[in-house]
Design a binder for this molecule. Structure first.
Ligand code: 13P
Ligand code: SF4
Length: 311
């Protein structure tokens, strides 16, 4: 067992000296979640960032989350412990190609998932997260023509629950696409009482086997509200299990496995780049800081603010 006490003390000292606040996503390592001032899903992290007093935000998550915080708080320093913490879903939607796709569909409202680059956000009329996508799409007139990007799985799911026919960009998250239907069916046989909690970035065949589909915060809520002693199979990145087990010590959480390995659970390597050492180093060096081109940030801010107002 690694002794992190010195690093943790250093982070606490630097955080106070820099007047910084630490935000962490549920997929980060347990030791990061335990140190954070706030943990949340991507919607909560954006909402919290927009209300903070502190001049320095350390975003323990991935690049698009830090960019969203920077767009909302242009005067603050937003640190990301490792700039390599990208997102395969955001990468599946290059801005130039998305711009051509938007131009090929005139008269459509452009809704983008928050898992996108700042340039794609700037091309969008509205942003959503998995926590508010259904509510926001439902708030638009029934005959409104919509482009939805970049996640085809979330887009298909929202089409199915809202009865819409949004035009979808063909992107996906490599982590959620890796879950195996066969292994989930097998796990359900082994645990017939377990409820299946799944993130909407998963493929349709998996979502059809789920009892609850939602953002990381929504899955957490479903788990906390279930009766004592309940059992769950969790079909999303394994980092969420830490908070589930912390909030519900009397319940059992079983990670759903990916299809391509013998591992029992499925990790996002980008999220796991956030380590205690890198967190300490970024507070010490006040770098790496996330920057967004001011013109792009100005255009990207409008659809983010529209989303926050509708959430
Ligand atoms: P949430 O919005 O549910 O936190 O999900 C973010 C994400 O990156 C899922 O892969
Ligand atoms: Fe991106 Fe997928 Fe990682 Fe979420 S889990 S940050 S969508 S790569």
């Amino acid at each position: 067992m690694v002794d992190n006490r010195e690093t943790i003390e250093k982070i606490k000292r630097l955080k106070s000296e820099r007047d910084a606040v630490i935000l962490a996503h549920y997929y980060t390592r347990p030791e990061i979640q335990e140190l954070a001032d706030y943990i949340g899903d991507s919607l909560a992290l954006a909402q919290i960032a927009s209300t903070l007093r502190e001049p320095v935000i350390v975003l323990c998550g991935v690049n698009f989350m830090a960019e969203t915080a920077k767009i909302l708080c242009p005067d603050k320093t937003v640190l990301l412990p490792d700039l390599e913490a990208g997102c395969s879903l955001a990468d599946s939607c290059p801005a130039d190609e998305f711009e051509a796709f938007v131009k090929a569909h005139p008269g459509h409202t452009v809704i983008s998932y928050v898992n996108t680059s700042a340039r794609v956000k700037a091309l969008s009329d509205l942003l959503v997260t998995s926590g508010n996508a259904r509510k926001i799409v439902d708030s638009l007139p029934a005959d409104e023509k919509i482009i939805f990007g970049p996640d085809r799985n979330l887009g298909n799911y929202i089409n199915s629950v809202t009865g819409r026919d949004m035009v979808l960009w063909n992107g996906a998250c490599h982590v959620h696409e890796k879950f195996s239907v066969e292994k989930l069916v097998e796990l359900k046989k082994q645990h017939p009482e377990a409820k299946v909690l799944a993130h909407p970035e998963c493929k349709k065949a998996l979502l059809l086997l789920a009892d609850s589909v939602g953002s990381t915060a929504a899955l957490l809520k479903a788990a906390t509200e279930a009766p004592a002693g309940s059992e769950f199979i969790v079909v999303t990145e394994s980092g969420i299990l830490h908070e589930m087990r912390r909030l519900c010590p009397d319940k059992t959480f079983i990670p759903a496995p990916p299809d391509d390995s013998t591992c029992a659970c499925n990790d996002c390597a980008f999220m796991k780049l956030n380590t205690l050492d890198k967190l300490a180093a970024c507070l010490e060096n006040m770098a790496p800081a996330v920057e967004v081109d001011p013109e792009t940030a100005l255009c990207a801010r409008k659809p983010i603010e529209r989303m926050l107002a509708l959430s």
